[in-house]
Design a protein around this ligand. Structure first.
Ligand code: 5RP
Length: 255
């Protein structure tokens, strides 16, 4: 079945997905495959190249992406079987700022997204141009929590956010059709409506120290490049060279 972008935003997502394939996919590349609708365009475009003979391997960041990648013929590798870093992971944001810091997890795939990014030499944020913001926080920040005691975890999250100066923050358990959203790891998602985030790194590190929190959607210090597109197909690349020097923790001891 052929998919076509319908809205202007979707056209931009389609354009950036295809541009990412042109820029980063080459024979022999081992790629992290992001999740969400932007990444889905990337995966479909990559599948077209694989059909034409391109030799790549992907590590998916969600069950949805795994199934999509399989359906378009992309060979997949289990993250456990990596013996060297992925060359590059391409993944979409819910919001990205000019430092390349992002809110992610709108599709509830934040844990695997962060793990695959961690296993990559380079991380490229692929975004339609509506995602670039001066200040993060308008998009509610997802927090993945274990089901056990999730309300107690929410109280701890509220206490931390209050300490950090966020007053009367609404933290909503994500649901769909009246049922709690369950992540690929069997966890719940809490969405924190922070509106304007001022202390990105502190939030990122402190949230994950709370027992019951599995991962948070404030992704700081991860992205090396932002590839953006507008609905007319124009693309631009924002390079963040300082990120490259600051990362690669997982493989440091292997070399
Ligand atoms: C999933 C994500 C997505 O990458 C993020 O929500 C962006 O989605 P989309 O490309 O559909 O706008 O973080 O957990």
């Amino acid at each position: 079945m052929k998919y076509h972008p319908e809205t202007a935003q979707d056209q931009a997502k389609y354009a950036v997905g295809r541009a990412a394939v042109e820029r980063y996919a080459h024979d022999g590349a081992r790629l992290g495959l992001g999740s969400g609708t932007t990444s889905a365009w990337f995966v479909r475009a990559l599948g077209e190249k694989v059909e034409q003979g391109l030799d790549v391997v992907g590590v998916p960041t969600s069950n949805f992406t795994r199934d999509l990648a399989r359906s378009v013929g992309i060979p997949l590798l289990d993250i456990n079987d990596l013996d060297a870093p992925l060359e590059v992971t391409l993944d979409g944001p819910d919001e990205v700022d000019h430092d390349g810091d992002q809110i992610k997890g709108g599709g509830a795939c934040l844990l695997w997204e962060r793990m695959v990014a961690e296993a990559s030499d380079k991380v490229v944020c692929i975004a339609d141009d509506t995602k670039l913001v001066d200040q993060l926080g308008k998009f509610p920040m997802p927090i993945e929590v274990v089901q056990y005691g999730w309300m107690a975890t929410r109280r701890s999250v509220t206490a931390l956010l209050t300490d950090l100066g966020y007053v009367d923050v609404e933290i909503v358990q994500r649901s769909r059709d009246g049922e709690p959203v369950i992540t690929d790891n069997g966890n719940f998602i809490l969405d924190a409506h922070l509106l304007a985030i001022t202390d990105k790194s502190l939030l990122d590190t402190q949230l994950n120290l709370i027992p019951g929190v599995v991962e948070n959607g404030m992704f700081t210090g991860i992205v090396d490049e932002i590839l953006m597109a507008s609905p007319n197909g124009d693309t631009r690349l924002i390079e963040l060279p300082h990120r490259k020097a600051a990362r690669k923790p997982q493989w440091r001891t292997h070399k």
